[in-house]
Write a protein that binds this ligand. Structure first.
Ligand SMILES: Cc1cc2nc3c(=O)[nH]c(=O)nc-3n(C[C@H](O)[C@H](O)[C@H](O)COP(=O)(O)OP(=O)(O)OC[C@H]3O[C@@H](n4cnc5c(N)ncnc54)[C@H](O)[C@@H]3O)c2cc1C
Length: 422
């Protein structure tokens, strides 16, 4: 899974996939077919019809451990900590699509852990990496969180035009310790993580200059958690709750993005790569299309398989076309992010415009396709037995987080001219 070098698919100068990427995709595809898309595994990840938490946890652990043994947990970590080396954006997207085809929550487990480590990886923060990276590179299940959203609104934080002025969680450096006060809400893995990568400010009035990111270990005095939120999707595959900081004291060395510019650079780079969530929609929509193709070959309308009726055949073709477009767009943007020397810094207006457009396009397409699949299957599409409703419940929040569709569309409208498509 290390960054691969020999592109086998290219669009202009953009690498869309390499031999190694395709091997990785095939391995994950096979695992997902054998271990997730079988029997009741997908329902069991939600604890079955009766939402049995123990069943959900046992199923989650079994699936995640299998994927961890394949190397999914080690992807992106430096080799010296037991990792497989840095990932390209293309590789990461290919991996996320295959995982989300099985289950969006499982793809998010690996995605959120990587996300929480990104500040430490970007700034080579030894305190965080030496303490936690080896643990996450073992064949074990561990969680990490990225605490960004606050009660005043998630999009306020994700909107780069706010330049950090809306962050309210305060960090003050006193005698070699960061003293943190404030509240975060909704972050994934809250309450069950090894550490909490937390976005703070030394002073909201300073905007970007005040942003700092701190890895908060789970045993930090002064932190506490609210009760897990109840949601329509990600029922047990994610745990979302409030996190409270009441004079929480963390050693200075755990700062993974210092105030004065470094914290802001890390934070804005992380938000820029929002297209990496869109690809989850591609995987989910692909899974639903496969369910529909299978179902409509054996379901007959007046003596003919449903999928051979002109209207249904055209609808299936149209959905397949849209999924391909969303996949190609996501990989194209991933290729551009892999080559800032050609396409510009990932935080440039042009790159963020492309990233937001790809994310909104892929998740909107997924919602449209999954609803279309439900329609083509009638009552069975609506039934939990065919899983479509579950992919729909999960993908809706992916559409809403990281700026939501509305902010994403406003960002999409921005670019720099002359536009550089390749
Ligand atoms: C399952 C789940 C997992 C999550 N994981 C994490 C996590 O790991 N870390 C974390 O920090 N947070 C996480 N969140 C929170 C999530 O990121 C936020 O809920 C999301 O950013 C939206 O923020 P909000 O709900 O406050 O909506 P708001 O910010 O109130 O936005 C509401 C609506 O207004 C629109 N809007 C807002 N501002 C603008 C604008 N300037 N222009 C145009 N439209 C705008 C939005 O698009 C949206 O449609 C998670 C949430 C859930 C449900």
């Amino acid at each position: 899974m290390a960054r691969a070098r020999d592109p086998v698919m290219k669009y202009g100068q953009v690498e869309l996939a390499t031999e190694q990427d395709i091997m990785l995709a095939n391995t994950l595809h096979e695992y997902v077919n054998k271990h997730i898309l079988v029997g009741n595994v997908r329902q069991n990840l939600d604890g079955g019809f009766h939402r049995d938490e123990e069943l959900a946890e046992a199923t989650f652990n079994e699936v995640v451990l299998g994927l961890t043994r394949l190397g999914c947990g080690r992807a992106g970590f430096p080799e010296k900590y037991g990792g497989l080396g840095p990932n390209s954006f293309v590789t990461y997207n290919i991996m996320q699509e295959e995982l989300a085809r099985g289950d969006i929550g499982i793809s998010s487990y690996f995605g959120v852990n990587s996300w929480a480590f990104l500040p430490a990886l970007m700034t080579n923060n030894k305190a965080t990496l030496q303490r936690y990276a080896p643990m996450f590179c073992r064949d074990e299940i561990h969680h990490a969180a990225f605490e960004m959203t606050e009660p005043a609104g998630g999009c306020n934080m994700e909107d780069r035009c706010q330049r950090g002025h809306t962050i309210q969680t305060r960090a003050e450096l006193i005698d070699g310790h960061w003293v943190i006060n404030g509240q975060k809400i909704w972050a994934s893995n809250t309450g069950n993580s090894e550490f909490y990568s937390t976005v703070c400010t030394t002073d909201p009035g300073k905007g970007d200059e005040g942003i700092c990111i701190i890895s908060v270990p789970k045993d930090t005095p002064g932190i506490s958690f609210g009760k897990p939120e109840e949601k329509m999707g990600f029922i047990y595959t994610d745990r979302n709750a409030s996190m409270y900081f009441d004079n929480a004291k963390v050693a200075e060395e755990y700062c993974t993005g210092r105030p004065g510019g470094e914290g802001a650079r890390v934070f804005h780079r992380m938000l820029a790569a929002r297209f990496c969530d869109g690809i989850k929609g591609v995987g989910a929509a692909q899974a639903c299309l496969e369910i529909v193709e299978d179902y409509t070959k054996d379901r007959f309308i007046v003596g003919k398989p449903v999928r051979e009726r002109a209207y249904f055949a055209a609808k299936i073709g149209e959905m397949a076309m849209k999924i391909r477009a969303a996949r190609a767009y996501s990989l194209y943007v991933a290729g551009k992010f892999d080559h800032p020397e050609i396409y510009g810094e990932v935080v440039s207006t042009a790159q963020i415009g492309e990233s937001s457009a790809a994310k909104v396009f892929a998740t909107s397409t997924a919602i449209e396709v999954i609803l279309g699949c439900i329609e083509l299957m009638g009552s069975y599409g609506y039934s939990v037995d065919y899983h479509l409703e579950r992919y729909l419940r999960d993908i809706i929040i992916v559409h809403l987080w990281m700026g939501g569709a509305q902010l994403g569309m406003l960002e999409s409208a921005q670019t720099e001219y002359p536009f550089k498509p390749w």
